[in-house]
Design a protein around this ligand. Structure first.
Ligand code: LMR
Length: 328
């Protein structure tokens, strides 16, 4: 299979490997869609470095950022075919594979970063990862980004201000409903098509994390930024299952160690990175920034919670209940 280059646990070959250097390396191609100076971009680089260290160069992780290997639309298919061995799509992009994942798109399901971390590193996160195990997919970890904010061509202070807007969204029914309820239209587009379409006025609004708004310069083609923290955007690191299952046990252990350390690092680094990049946007661009007060956020939450019962059946009653227990 591609990506698995003749490594053998046979002692002689292992010895040979030491002699010859790179010949028997296992290659993990890791494709993603964002820039390198983002939570996911930095985590992928860190993970590659740790894997190299912990496997003593036996495994090489080749990171392809910015859709240079596979596009947003076809990376999942490429993973299934083992044309790439690892991806880290935003969880919204997995809602088609496993509808339970719609939980993570519900507006204000996580009222704080601490609640988010508690959910995803606990029982809720474990249950969701299990649901992914189908069609050659295996979820290894959660990599957080942060909460989404809204950019637009006119000010957005309340959900009623969504009326008449055309939002770019990721593929998820929850996200569609969240805007359509208030009279907005939505368009599902690949991440790297967003700037172009905002610039050309085919769209006039979008939601994303600060690191994505910053690295793709979306603030240059939008007039208003609302810090709403209304929804979560983060990733599941997913591998091709057959590729993973065929890795020698000791390699799995070492790669998992690198993954665990990268994830822990990212849980503490991601928030700060987004905050720093918000300061950068504030200092270097003309975009008008409006931060919702805690009172306003509560009001948004109240108005947007209509979605919860609509999706409860698809998400699963128990899973939603568990998440709400952490929230409340
Ligand atoms: C998006 O499509 O907006 C995000 O999924 C991009 C990303 O991977 O952070």
């Amino acid at each position: 299979i591609i990506g698995y280059q003749s490594y053998s646990s046979n002692k002689e070959l292992a010895f040979d490997y030491e002699q010859q250097g790179m010949n028997d390396q296992i290659v993990i191609k890791f494709s993603h869609v964002v820039a390198e100076n983002t939570p996911k971009g930095l985590a992928a680089i860190r993970f590659a470095r740790l894997v190299d260290e912990y496997t003593n160069h036996r495994v090489r992780v080749e990171v392809y950022p910015n859709e240079t290997l596979f596009s947003d639309k076809n990376e999942l298919e490429a993973l299934r075919k083992n044309e790439v061995q690892m991806i880290a799509p935003a969880t919204s992009k997995l809602t088609d594979v496993a509808p339970e994942w719609q939980l993570l798109d519900l507006p204000y399901i996580f009222p704080s970063y601490a609640a988010l971390e508690e959910s995803l590193t606990g029982e809720v996160g474990d249950e969701l990862l299990k649901k992914l195990e189908k069609d050659q997919l295996k979820g290894l970890a959660y990599w957080p980004n942060n909460f989404k904010q809204i950019t637009s061509n006119t000010p957005i202070r309340t959900p009623a201000d969504f009326n008449g807007k055309l939002f770019r969204i990721m593929p998820s029914k929850v996200l569609e409903r969240q805007f359509e309820q208030f009279g907005a239209s939505t368009s599902v587009l690949g991440f790297n098509d967003t700037f172009r379409n905002l610039e050309g006025n085919n769209l006039n609004s979008q939601e994303n994390t600060i690191s994505n708004i910053n690295s793709k310069k979306l603030y240059q083609v939008q007039k208003h930024l609302t810090i709403s923290d209304h929804g979560y955007l983060g990733y599941a690191v997913v591998v091709n299952k057959q590729f993973w299952d065929q890795l020698p046990q000791d390699i799995q252990v070492r790669v998992s160690k690198a993954m665990d350390e990268t994830s822990s690092w990212l849980w503490s680094a991601s928030q700060e990175l987004n905050q720093k990049q918000l300061d950068q946007i504030r200092n270097t661009s003309d975009i008008n920034i409006y931060k919702l007060s805690e009172e306003e956020k509560k009001q948004w939450m109240k108005e947007m919670e209509f979605i919860y019962p609509e999706f409860e059946k698809q998400i699963g009653h128990d899973l939603l209940k568990k998440a709400l227990e952490i929230r409340n």
